[in-house]
Design a protein around this ligand. Structure first.
Ligand SMILES: CC(C)(COP(=O)(O)OP(=O)(O)OC[C@H]1O[C@@H](n2cnc3c(N)ncnc32)[C@H](O)[C@@H]1OP(=O)(O)O)[C@@H](O)C(=O)NCCC(=O)NCCS
Length: 229
């Protein structure tokens, strides 16, 4: 986590999730995802029990408050479709599908409390998970990026065209642009990843970061993972 810490201002520290963090995490989720049900205490406890080393938190040191988090699990992408929903990829939010033999780290969630955004916390939390991918020799990290700037353009712009324009920096998206700046590539638009995400008109971008030290063999390229059909 030392590399990740470098991206943080001095009054923040990155560490793994602890039991006492859970109420604050649920409160941040309620604030940043007003249309989603926040994680329950039981879910966060289960994530920790299944894969403690994949649950990262940034703490604001002066207040001791949780300022952001990044939750991951390991998956075998060939057991999924490239356009599966968040519900499917997280086994209904339980992370019960965590597969220690999988070669892909799935970024199930990344969020920063609104009063701590734009200080590099998202970047540090992303760097921490990349460190895990490198340490474990995994092929890649995959996630689904919200695109909350898309909703207001959905009548006029095709979602894949929107992603292309955000990648070209012709448009700025509050979430997808942050992911692109943090080194992810956006692969394809998918519908229904977070069906209640009205700001994104129900769309999301599949995002990927390949581990340069251990990239996937061609047969396991994300482009070979089928769609739901
Ligand atoms: C997306 C999110 C995690 C980013 O966290 P953050 O701590 O504010 O991001 P950082 O400060 O580390 O910024 C990382 C990069 O993204 C850019 N960025 C961050 N917010 C941005 C915005 N609203 N618009 C454009 N670019 C933005 C930053 O400029 C930075 O790039 P740079 O270093 O090249 O300048 C945060 O906005 C968030 O929690 N959003 C609500 C929850 C959510 O939707 N999570 C994503 C689920 S897919």
């Amino acid at each position: 986590m030392n590399d990740a810490q470098r991206h943080l201002p001095d009054d923040y520290a990155i560490r793994l999730m602890r039991d006492g963090d859970r109420p604050e995490i649920s409160a941040i989720c309620a604030s940043v995802y007003p249309t989603e049900r926040p994680y329950t205490d039981e879910e966060l406890s289960a994530h920790h029990a299944l894969f403690p080393e994949g649950q990262f938190v940034v703490e604001h040191l002066p207040s001791g408050a949780v300022a952001g988090a990044h939750f991951t699990l390991m998956v075998n992408m060939l057991h999924f479709h490239v356009d599966d929903s968040w519900e499917t990829l997280t086994a209904g939010g339980t992370f019960a599908d965590h597969d220690p033999s999988g070669h892909t780290l799935y970024g199930a969630d990344l969020f920063v409390h609104p009063s701590h955004q734009h200080h590099g916390l998202g970047r540090a939390l992303t760097e921490a998970t990349r460190g895990l991918v490198r340490d474990k020799g995994l092929w890649r990290m995959v996630g689904g990026s919200r695109m909350p700037g898309y909703g207001r353009l959905a009548q006029a712009v095709d979602p894949d065209e929107y992603i292309t324009r955000v990648k070209r920096a012709e448009l700025t998206d509050p979430v997808l642009t942050a992911h692109l700046h943090d080194g992810w590539d956006a692969i394809i638009a998918i519908r229904g990843y977070l069906p209640h995400d009205e700001e994104s008109a129900g769309w999301a971008a599949v995002i990927q970061w390949l581990n340069p030290g251990s990239p996937p063999p061609p047969d396991f390229d994300l482009s070979r993972v089928p769609k739901r059909g």
